[in-house]
Write a new protein. Sequence first.
Length: 556
Amino acid sequence: MDKDSQWWQQAVIYQIYPRSFNDSNGDGIGDLQGIIDRVDYLEQLGVDAVWLNPVYQSPNDDNGYDISNYRSIMDEFGTMKDMDKLLETFHDHGIKVIMDLVLNHTSDEHPWFINSRSSKNSQYRNYYIWKPGTDEGPPNNWTSAFGGSAWEYDPQTEEYYLHLFSRKQPDLNWENPDLRQDLYQMINWWLEKGIDGFRLDVINFISKNQNFPDGQPGEAVGKEHYANGPRIHEFLSEMAEKTFDKHRAMAVGETPFLTSDQALDFVGEDSNELDMVIPFEPLELDRIDRENWQIRDWELRELKNIISSWQRKLQEKNGWVSLYFNNHDQPRIVSRYGDDNQYHRQSATMLATLLFTLRGTPFIYQGEEIGMTNTEFSGLDDFDDIGTRNFVREAREAGQLNREEILRLASYLSRDNARTPKQWDDSRYAGFTTGQPWLKVNPDYPCINVKKALADQDSILHYYKKLIKLRKKYPSLVYDEYRLLLEDDPILFTYLRRYQDQTIGVILNFVGDKTPDERLPGKFAVADRELLLGNYGDDPNLSENLRPYEARIYKL
Ligand code: TEU
Ligand code: CA
């Protein structure tokens, strides 16, 4: 059990999007004091750590993922004093604090970039990636995640710089050892303050193929030349050695385009790079292509396949993953893989049951624990997120989709769905602020809010609390074996978890219909089976039909 005794393996982590969590001073923007004010709520929920989205100084072109000073706090969120107080308060309540760190790019307003673009001879020129253009214009055909070319021409020095995200997010040049040393120093500066770990933004993008060849056409053109690039493992192990290891801090890597086969190179027991990775595949089933914003129908079998291959693969070499269904980039899961209408409670709790009974560390995104849903957008000007706004603009220019179609796709896929203010109660603006919120509150707040959920013993919130407790009690929910049953069943997701001599069985009904009992395998028909938790409360005979979105966890 030694290899398994890291605190974060048994932990449940709660993600806070500070802008939308709680506003303490009525300016309509969530802030650090607002987070401090809710520490009791998080403690009673039972989470072990919080991960804060970026709180550093930023011009907010991409809501804090464009950092202009790594060592100071965004004015709207408060001061470094507030940050120190947050850390102290959370530690007093036994909750660890994980910060978000963006090392692939900075803001174009970071002093490094201002200096870098000023002259080809600048001491900071090679902190970023500059190239001369070609006859066609940009150095190659790579595209930005937010639309258009990944290269921006800068008239000052007549060269292009690379930006895999917005043009206000220039990519850092990790080939430069001076840059790497500066980043490590900054990381250590935070770790010395007592931060417990980091979530590393798009960390598998930091090493680019230095020939900068054209990419294959398709989604994210160029990705085969920068996702998991040539020196990625060298850079990550150097960083771990110079920073996290010395402080025994946790490092979680956000890793788009990573497959389960590649994951062990980052988190397997014979690599020393990251403690866990954040997979994307389980959340890509309902979209064909992120860049072109196309959606599709999907089948449960696909989800079972993806989850099962990640579970099996990572266990081979004791690698670890983050388990999540929501974050600040994802539309709300209950509106995607569940039913946010007729079976809101049932489907939200069923999906949560899946998350909390797999091998890995569950991450709850703010509002998920009360079943927050996608919001309503009334027009094409209603969107705030840079990615959505660019999609709307480009789609209108291309003229292939009509207004309704664009609105339908943007409403379903927009990151704004995740970013609407946290719904605390049924007062005006859902108790998030006394002022005018920066982003419209979801109109369903009178129905879905924390106050109401706390008062109802059968709420989604109370179910999450039970799941958190259960995970602490049964190591077989955390470690070791995962075995899928009924592999081809199109409706049921059923599996066993086993650790030492303890076996747990999970049955999930993924549809809003009753499901005939004969699908259930004999494994569950043991006489002394005990229902540990079910989202309908009772434990009917196994010969009874499963009810819509029913979830049951058995000790076998
Ligand atoms: O997201 C990385 C990522 O893969 C995004 O391109 C994602 O696919 C996109 O949000 C979909 O529209 C991280 C952060 O989580 C995100 O908030 C940032 O915008 C992005 O990096 C750039 O820092
Ligand atoms: Ca505020």
